[in-house]
Design a protein around this ligand. Structure first.
Ligand SMILES: *Cc1c(COP(=O)(O)O)cnc(C)c1O
Length: 402
């Protein structure tokens, strides 16, 4: 281990709040699908900074956009003033979605916090004091701040931080019956991920989304789709809800939106926007010309039909090849586009670690799922390499156990 590696690992251990358990290498460079550590070792990346680096690393177009924006001298202005990239990005997102207006934030969690506030504001205007309740679903992940955490029904995340928001009901994901039993006249908003990410890559069925949409309409509840992970091309359509043909009142997006720069967005219908007044919400950093100029480039590029077709094509190939792996440990391969779960009958952490040794970055989603969310520029030959490595790893594990 060289001294750079040693001192970075040591400082990380000595000076960071230990909210993450990390492997003992230090990444210093990236290019395309590849990352390189401080010892010169290469890693093929199936994580993409948790579904963020959609265009991979060192993308020429992203780099050019960044340099060009720096030439203007503008990184940040605040939302006290108009700026061109923010306005252009807003227009583009509206042209490409169900929505009529957009509010920018700095992260996915923050987008969800804003969405909760927007829904509360709509209910408040209806003069129904009881209409404050929120409905979320099993295995959902919406973030870790107090509001978003209240909608993330996982004991390990919630328990130490109670009390959380009151009036949250947890319904069963993909159960129309459970949704029906949970949504009523007191419901202010219903939030769900069209494809659950952290919860293990579970797709909402079209019937379920249609039913939830109908219940929300019946009771005047705001329907929020959290597409922070599944949105912006990840599933092979620009928005994951397009697969079901059901649109929400509010959609939150974030992760890949600015190729790794921090951004989130709340897309809303005009009906929602009509209830939001000056001062109801805000952000110092959000929507900066620097970040939004990169995001506009990303949305322009990912929304090209060729780009989305590539995601579908490589995603289908990935599922096909994974399904061919002959291992008794594999219980299911599922997902959509380049958001794929390889579910095993055992804890996957062993394979994530073994992947590091072989120059493969993998991440779990829960105990039993290896979540494959690579840069959307992944090619079939990357899939071939992954499948070759996984086949060996799974085979060896069988050997270890016997
Ligand atoms: C990651 C994620 C969030 C939280 O986003 P941050 O940018 O980490 O705040 C919220 N919802 C979903 C579905 C996510 O995957």
């Amino acid at each position: 281990m060289n001294t750079l590696t040693q001192s970075a690992l040591q400082a990380g251990q000595d000076f960071l709040v230990q909210t993450y358990t990390r492997p003992d290498f230090v990444l210093v460079r990236g290019d395309g699908m590849m990352l390189y550590d401080s010892e010169g070792k290469a890693y093929q990346d199936w994580v993409a900074g948790i579904a963020v680096n959609a265009l991979g690393y060192n993308d020429k177009g992203v780099n050019e956009r960044i340099y060009a924006q720096l030439d203007s001298g503008l990184i940040h202005l605040s939302n006290l003033y108009h700026n061109v990239p923010q306005a252009e990005l807003a227009k583009l997102l509206i042209e490409k979605s169900f929505a009529d207006r957009v509010f920018f934030s700095n992260s996915g969690t923050e987008a969800n916090e804003g969405a909760i506030k927007f829904a509360r504001r709509v209910a408040y205007d209806s003069n129904q004091a009881h209409k404050t309740e929120l409905v979320t679903f099993s295995h959902a992940f919406h973030g870790r701040t107090m509001g978003a955490l209240s909608l993330t029904p996982k004991d390990k995340y919630q328990q130490p931080f109670k009390p959380l928001l009151a009036g949250v009901t947890v319904a069963e994901f993909n159960s129309i019956e459970s949704a029906k039993a949970s949504i009523n006249a007191n419901t202010c908003a219903v939030i769900l991920e069209p494809v659950q990410g952290e919860g293990g890559i579970h797709q909402a069925t079209p019937e379920f989304l249609q039913a939830v949409r109908a219940f929300c309409d019946e009771y005047g509840a705001v329907l929020i789709f959290d597409e922070v992970q599944c949105g912006v091309g990840r599933t092979g359509k620009l928005w994951a809800h397009e697969w079901a043909g059901v649109t929400p009142d509010i959609m939150t997006i974030a992760k890949p939106l600015a190729a790794g720069l921090p951004i989130g967005a709340i897309l809303v219908t005009q009906h929602i926007a009509d209830h939001i007044r000056a001062g109801d919400h805000g952000s110092t950093f959000a929507g900066s010309p620097f970040v939004t100029s990169v995001a506009k480039y990303v949305v322009d590029r990912i929304s090209q039909p060729d780009f989305l077709a590539h995601v579908q094509d490589v995603g289908n190939y990935l599922q096909e090849r994974l399904s061919e792996i002959n291992s008794p440990l594999i219980t299911e391969v599922r997902g959509r586009g380049l958001m794929v779960a390889l579910e095993l009958s055992v804890d996957v952490s062993h394979f994530v670690k073994a992947g590091y040794e072989r120059g493969l970055l993998l991440v779990n989603a829960g105990t039993n799922v290896i979540r494959l969310v690579p840069p959307l520029i992944a090619e079939k030959h990357h899939v071939d390499y992954l499948v070759e490595q996984l086949t060996e790893l799974l085979g060896q594990f069988d050997g270890d156990q016997s």
